[in-house]
Each structure stands twice: as structure tokens, then as C-alpha cells.
Write a protein that binds this ligand. Structure first.
Ligand SMILES: *[C@@H]1O[C@H](CO)[C@@H](O)[C@H](O)[C@H]1NC(C)=O
Ligand SMILES: *[C@@H]1O[C@H](CO)[C@@H](O)[C@H](O)[C@H]1NC(C)=O
Ligand SMILES: *[C@@H]1O[C@H](CO)[C@@H](O)[C@H](O)[C@H]1NC(C)=O
Ligand SMILES: *[C@@H]1O[C@H](CO)[C@@H](O)[C@H](O)[C@H]1NC(C)=O
Ligand SMILES: *[C@@H]1O[C@H](CO)[C@@H](O)[C@H](O)[C@H]1NC(C)=O
Ligand SMILES: *[C@@H]1O[C@H](CO)[C@@H](O)[C@H](O)[C@H]1NC(C)=O
Ligand SMILES: *[C@@H]1O[C@H](CO)[C@@H](O)[C@H](O)[C@H]1NC(C)=O
Ligand SMILES: *[C@@H]1O[C@H](CO)[C@@H](O)[C@H](O)[C@H]1NC(C)=O
Ligand SMILES: *[C@@H]1O[C@H](CO)[C@@H](O)[C@H](O)[C@H]1NC(C)=O
Length: 326
């Protein structure tokens, strides 16, 4: 009797390890559109998800709602997207490590988790940074564009995942992800096991990051837009790699006397460069007292106040309302 029990447990463990992503996802009715897509695209199943040298990975599987809203929004489903674009979308949904619910929930005392994806050919003008490279298997492996996952301590297992443009107003509905094109994406971290790693379920497609100008304009930062127009800094901002913009909102501009319209362009350029840091500064890699030299050569100092979900980040005296807009 004892032996039989041990045998069954061992067999179950082996069975769980030997599954392809397709097999593992087939058990979830809400993923039927994606499993049908995989069944119709054996090249993606075999060459991409079957590529053992990329293992372990975490796939963020779009549920049927994600397919339906894609259809509603663009009149297209994944079968209609050109193959190269499709591969990029799937790469952006693949994290380069096997990450579980506890990795998302436990990270950094409420600062969230920035994770590199497999998307490295396009939409990625950043360099990795020493800390992220060390955490995710080296600069090459961690070189892809990132997503940002934020745990919601109130309801374990439901998380927020921000792939790109976060809510410009700073008020984030719990359990959602705001990605490109202002879509909200929620993640249900189910820790699904397959032979290449883990998968979780998301309720919308992630949108790869794009140019700074597009991002700032779609976030409604019109004073910053005006300032960048007047100083003609858009081109260098859009073509410089590896920078972080501390983008003042419209209230910040009006509260400081509307420099976007009133300062001359020399002084305004200096002010904008003071808000530009020459490296990538994700919120989960910031620490209290950290200093950056801005492009205008003056020091910007990080201050972190509070803890857990009430943690607030400041750059000098300016409070961060909306972190990690990619
Ligand atoms: C895709 O999802 C929709 C909505 O849930 C469902 O009606 C449809 O049958 C699904 N298609 C496939 C192929 O699973
Ligand atoms: C398999 O993965 C490795 C590591 O990410 C990558 O270098 C290689 O190009 C991939 N092969 C294919 C066929 O995609
Ligand atoms: C997507 O399009 C393909 C072919 O155009 C079609 O067979 C499939 O049913 C569509 N899927 C959904 C979820 O509408
Ligand atoms: C993640 O992958 C590593 C290396 O392959 C392995 O040691 C570890 O057990 C895996 N963790 C999970 C949660 O699958
Ligand atoms: C990346 O930088 C190149 C120039 O260095 C630029 O042409 C391209 O548009 C940039 N792409 C993004 C997504 O920022
Ligand atoms: C900045 O310039 C662009 C392109 O010329 C224009 O579309 C936009 O309205 C301008 N923004 C502001 C705030 O004036
Ligand atoms: C621009 O404004 C600054 C102060 O706001 C002033 O010191 C400077 O002389 C002005 N430059 C020009 C060219 O008017
Ligand atoms: C980009 O920033 C990282 C730190 O986040 C730094 O290590 C790296 O040298 C920077 N790369 C470039 C090209 O400036
Ligand atoms: C900042 O200093 C560097 C050299 O240390 C110089 O090349 C650059 O022009 C300075 N930038 C500004 C805006 O003064």
C-alpha cells in the first residue's frame, strides 16, 4: 500500500514535468483560443516554445477575453497578424526566467518586479544594467525589452502587470495592467507547469514599447510636449538609448509658473535635461539615497519614504506618480 502510494506520487510529478505548453494549457478552457492558435501553428509550437536552450521561461498566456478584445479593437485575431509581428508579440509575452506567484508577490517590499522578455530585435533601445543582468542570467539573456509586474497584497494571486504605458493619472485600478494603447491587462498567476517552465493567464495582449514621443503624447503630458516641441529635443530623445525621463505632469508645469511656454528655449532645454537621466532606472532597482547625474550635469537624488504598498519614491522633491512607463 505504501509502495503504491509512493509510485503514484512519483508518476504524477514526472507527468507534470513532461508536458508541452500545449498539453499544459489544454486543461484550461479559458485558453482555448490560444491552444487552437498553437495547434494551427506547429512552427511556433516546435521552434519557439520547443527551443530548449531558452528554458526556463515564463509564458503569459492570453485568455479568450484577450482574443475577443483584440478582435473587437482591430477587427483582427492572431491568425491575421503577419508572422514576424506575431513572433515579436509572443516574444514580448515570454519572460526569460521561470517566475512564480511568490516571485511577483514577494519582491522588493512593494516595489514590483521588472522582468526582461524574449523581445530583443525591435522596440528595445535600452541596455540591461548590471543588477538586472545578474538576476536574469547575464546581459545577453536579460537583454530583451521588459514588463513590470506589481503584486497586489490585498488579493494574493491577482497581480498588476504594466507592460508599457501606465495609467497617466496615477490612479491604478487594482489587478489590472496598463499597456500600450491604454489597454488594461490583469494577470492571474496560476504557476502552471510545463516542460519549459511556468505559465500564467492574462486577460489582454501586451503592447511592446514604442518611441518616447508617442508615449509622452498618449499619456496626455501636453505641457511636456510643448516644452519638447519648443526646444526641438524630440529627435534626440527618441534616438538616444538607455535614458530615463522624469516627465513632469501638466500640474507640475503650471505650479512652477508654466516654464513650457514662458522660459526661453536655452533655459528650457537646460531644465529638460535636468529631468533626463543617462541610464535606465526601474523603480524596483532604486534605493534611498541613490544619486544620478542628469544630462544637464546636476545631481538628482532618490528618496524612498514608507514601505509596502504605501512606499513613495521622490526624485529630489518631486514625487513619482507613475513609475515604470516603458
Ligand atoms: C474563442 O473564445 C471564444 C470566447 O470565449 C469562444 O466562443 C470560441 O469558441 C473560442 N474559439 C476556440 C477555437 O476555442
Ligand atoms: C533558441 O533560444 C536561444 C536562447 O535564447 C536563441 O539564441 C536561439 O536563437 C533560439 N533558437 C531559435 C530557433 O529560435
Ligand atoms: C481567427 O481567424 C481564423 C482565420 O481567419 C479563424 O479560423 C478563427 O476562428 C478566428 N478566431 C477567433 C477567435 O475569432
Ligand atoms: C526554475 O528553473 C530552475 C533552473 O532550471 C530550477 O532549478 C527551478 O527549480 C525552477 N523553478 C520553478 C519554480 O520551476
Ligand atoms: C531606437 O533607436 C533608433 C535609433 O538609434 C531609432 O531609429 C528607433 O526608432 C528607436 N526605436 C524605438 C522603439 O525607440
Ligand atoms: C507639438 O508638435 C506636434 C507636431 O508638430 C503637434 O502635433 C503637437 O500638437 C504639438 N504639441 C503642443 C502641445 O503644442
Ligand atoms: C534665457 O533666460 C535666462 C533666465 O531665464 C537668462 O539668464 C538668459 O539670458 C536668457 N537667454 C536669452 C538668449 O535670452
Ligand atoms: C545603461 O544604464 C546602465 C545602468 O542602468 C549602465 O550600466 C550602462 O552602462 C548604460 N549603458 C549605456 C550605453 O549608457
Ligand atoms: C556636461 O558635462 C560634460 C562633460 O563632463 C559635457 O560634455 C556636457 O556638455 C555637459 N552638459 C551640459 C548640458 O552642460
Amino acid at each position: 500500500m505504501l509502495y503504491a502510494t509512493i509510485f503514484v506520487v512519483a508518476a504524477a510529478a514526472l507527468g507534470a514535468k513532461a508536458q508541452t505548453l500545449y498539453d499544459a494549457m489544454s486543461k484550461f478552457p479559458e485558453l482555448s483560443n490560444f491552444t487552437a492558435f498553437i495547434a494551427n501553428n506547429p512552427n511556433i509550437a516546435n521552434n519557439y516554445f520547443g527551443n530548449t536552450s531558452a528554458y526556463p521561461i515564463t509564458f503569459l498566456a492570453p485568455n479568450n477575453d484577450a482574443f475577443m478584445s483584440l478582435q473587437a479593437k482591430f477587427g483582427a485575431n492572431m491568425s491575421d497578424i503577419p508572422a514576424d509581428t506575431l513572433l515579436q508579440i509572443i516574444q514580448y509575452h515570454t519572460m526569460v526566467s521561470n517566475l512564480t506567484k511568490s516571485d511577483f508577490n514577494n519582491n522588493g517590499g512593494g516595489q514590483g518586479l521588472t522582468v526582461p522578455t524574449m523581445l530583443n530585435s525591435v522596440n528595445n533601445n535600452r541596455s540591461v544594467g548590471i543588477s538586472m543582468a545578474a538576476r536574469y542570467g547575464g546581459a545577453t539573456k536579460a537583454g530583451g525589452q521588459v514588463v513590470f509586474v506589481k503584486g497586489d497584497s490585498g488579493s494574493p494571486g491577482r497581480l498588476r502587470l504594466m507592460s508599457r504605458q501606465d495609467n497617466p493619472n496615477g490612479g491604478q485600478p487594482a489587478n489590472t495592467v496598463r499597456s500600450g494603447l491604454s489597454s488594461n491587462v490583469g494577470i492571474t498567476a496560476i504557476d502552471g507547469v510545463w516542460n519549459g517552465g511556468i505559465f500564467h493567464i492574462i486577460d489582454g495582449l501586451l503592447t511592446p514599447p514604442t518611441l518616447c514621443s508617442t508615449t509622452i503624447r498618449s499619456a496626455g503630458l501636453s505641457s511636456l510636449d510643448l516644452a519638447l516641441n519648443r526646444t526641438q529635443l524630440w529627435n534626440s530623445l527618441d534616438s538616444t538609448n538607455n535614458i530615463t525621463c522624469l516627465g513632469p505632469n501638466n500640474a507640475a508645469f503650471s505650479n512652477s509658473g508654466s516654464p513650457d511656454s514662458k522660459l526661453n528655449t536655452t533655459a528650457l532645454s537646460g531644465a529638460l535635461l535636468f529631468h533626463t537621466l543617462p541610464q535606465v532606472a526601474y523603480s524596483d532597482y532604486l534605493y534611498d539615497g541613490q544619486e544620478f547625474k542628469s544630462l544637464q550635469n546636476m545631481t538628482v537624488r532618490v528618496k524612498i519614504v514608507g514601505s509596502g504598498s504605501s512606499k513613495t519614491i521622490y526624485f529630489n522633491n518631486a514625487k513619482v506618480l507613475n513609475a515604470n512607463v516603458l
